[in-house]
Write a protein that binds this ligand. Sequence first.
Ligand code: SF4
Ligand code: SF4
Length: 426
Amino acid sequence: MLKSRYNSGIINFLRRRSEPALKIPTKTKHHAERCVMCGLCLPHCPTYNKTQNEAESPRGRISLILGLANEQLQADDKLRSHLDHCLLCRACEAVCPSGVEFGELMDGARSALAQDRPPREQRISLDKLATDKSQQRREAKLLWLADKTGLRTLGRGLGIPKLLGLERFEQLAPSIRKPHDWQTYYPTKTDKQGDVALFIGCFGDMFDQQTLDDAITLLNACGYGVHVPTSQTCCGALHAHSGDQAKAKQLAQQNLDAFSQLDIAAVISCATGCGSHLNDYEKLADIALPVCDINTFLSQIEWPASLQLKPLNKKVAVHEPCSQRNVLKENDAPYTLLKHIPELDVMPLPGNDQCCGAAGSYMIDYPDMADSLRQDKVDAIQNTQLDILVSSNIGCALHIAAGLRKSGRKLRLIHPVSLLAQQLVG
Ligand code: SF4
Ligand code: SF4
């Protein structure tokens, strides 16, 4: 009763449209039909909390998808925008008593919506950059050179990023290290426990080389040889979440080809956003990879007795990315891992249950909502005595770091493995 009354209310609100009907996949419709419209997810949804608009809530979005599937609604701009505004943080999925798989549901709906509308130009460039290693290398080198020579500061002062429409990218891009090439294998110099492979990721290669280098150092120190297959590519999360399922499948297949030939204990991911999508390959391509997040892997293996870490008398807060908390459900792992550092005072960042607004390309596509959510994180940081913030997802780290720079707060924001690597003795 509650369900049908609720659905007809929101459908009447949005139905006066004249666009052609759109085909929602049966599987997506079945996912949506599991929703009993109880509304328990609403207080956990960041876009609903910010807007208090039912159409910006999980229940409202499911109702819109059902309206499309039952051909009661048409896919006009307003409806599309409510579905596009979803961060795919999956906080709703984590609390849903009916087990609605919101991630799959939204990916299916966006894939159907993408069929009759070309992606925006900005998205095409971002998706292309994510899969083009040579372009990434060129742009990373240019950025590094511009930083080193002071050209970047000069250009910013002259307003050049704004003139080129790249202001948002420029704000998010940190100072980067000189890009280096990867060896195909990094042998361990201690008693060998086994081999793993490292997933580099698209923007990790440009913006997070320090984390990847530190992961190799720690894995080697724990007795693991590390393969870095050169034929690996972007995980495809950006493409899958924006409705380009064909490209997402193609990228999944390329990664499966790159990793499945290796005799390894795990494919190690250093970004929880990528790791959670790599875990979904079984749904896309019917083959699973033995993917493991670096925090989880290092906290589950036995460390050699000879491995020593220097004490660190600092206060560290852990930012828990939605992909780590709601998808992988491994948000305990960084706390367990950081216990290896003597004297370190570790606490959760207040407000970890709310998305920071990064959400893949969301921070570029929807800057107002992304920055509003980020401001809550910046405020939580300002209200907490902290020396260091750690985050296990590069997208969140870039977004929060840009917010901290904007607010004038100087705080080190690194991956947990970088904190461990810096404390290694010898
Ligand atoms: S908690 Fe689950 S069943 Fe309830 S409204 Fe949200 S998605 Fe639907
Ligand atoms: S995935 Fe996140 S933003 Fe999207 S409806 Fe669920 S809680 Fe809201």
